[in-house]
Design a binder for this molecule. Sequence first.
Ligand code: SF4
Length: 364
Amino acid sequence: MSMTKQIKVGNIRIGGGAPISIQSMTKTDTRDVRATVRQIKELEKAGCEIVRVAIKDFEAASAIKAIKRKANLPLVADIHFDYRLALRAIENGADKIRLNPGNIYKEPEIREVVIAAKKRKIPIRVGANSGSIRLKAQGSRLKAEDLVTPVLGYIKILERMDFYDIIVSLKASDVISTIEVCKLFSKKSEYPLHLGVTAAGPASTGIVKSAIGIGNLLLDGVGDTIRVSLTGDPVEEVIAAKNILQAINLRNFGPEIISCPTCGRCQVDLKSIAEQIDSRLKASPGFVRDRQGSRGKFSLQPSVFSRKVFKIAIMGCEVNGPGEAKEADIGIACGKGSGVIFKKGRILKRVKEKDIVKELLKNI
Ligand code: SF4
């Protein structure tokens, strides 16, 4: 059992026990520097740590220089079909290059990219997707080996040039294949894995697929950095990624609200109370600090998984309310037009419904 190798992308460490980092990808035309920088800043504010930009032509590759002058996040150049775009992106300061073995596979071309990456001391992500492999398999069902074997072959080309600054992603658009492929790869290689379910769809389904796929792998000790792929605002990808990591206690981005779904027993406007607490906490910078956990492959440490998250219970009635409120750091169990506040397991006071938000915030 060993940890993955540690790779640096800009100032972010990936693998080797580093905290699981969050990535996203801009959806702007990279040649539009102003729009791309604006989106990168939004992503950074949301908690993104590494951002990828699409390089579809030389103008986009050259735009990296201007983008890097104005944006702080490490920048990954996403390259397909033409290896020369990678060379231009590297010249212009890309912090990592993503190559797709499905469309850049000629050894002399890969070699040129490796030489340039080595010179600039930046890593290469070997990013394989089921889509490109499936094309070659003429529609037959994807097996884990179909993706893992060519990627291992690709890595060999890089290693033959003494290049080991490698990150790997193996993505399928279905959850089960993604899990199978990543688990197989992690048994065969020590290179860090970038996890994600590709083309997961719009938020309603994409977050569910990503949470199951990424969460399953991380709980098994597989994966070092994640990207949730959604058809929509990339900020949603970052929020979903943070929620996945916090749900399995790998990182702590702030207090956790435990609130009941409400039912016919509830006699207060619990939805409004929970939403007000949630939005007030998110707006409070003191609570949006991240206590990062770290762990390496096959080494889920109990201390990391039991790390303390501040819990706030907001419960609708006496059925589950007092139990959850007592368990939390602070909680309220509501009744008819009022609620009982619990702090560290003890009853603090009874308050009227109109004062619940104010009193909870004061005590939080
Ligand atoms: S805690 Fe009470 S109000 Fe909330 S869902 Fe359970 S029974 Fe319904």
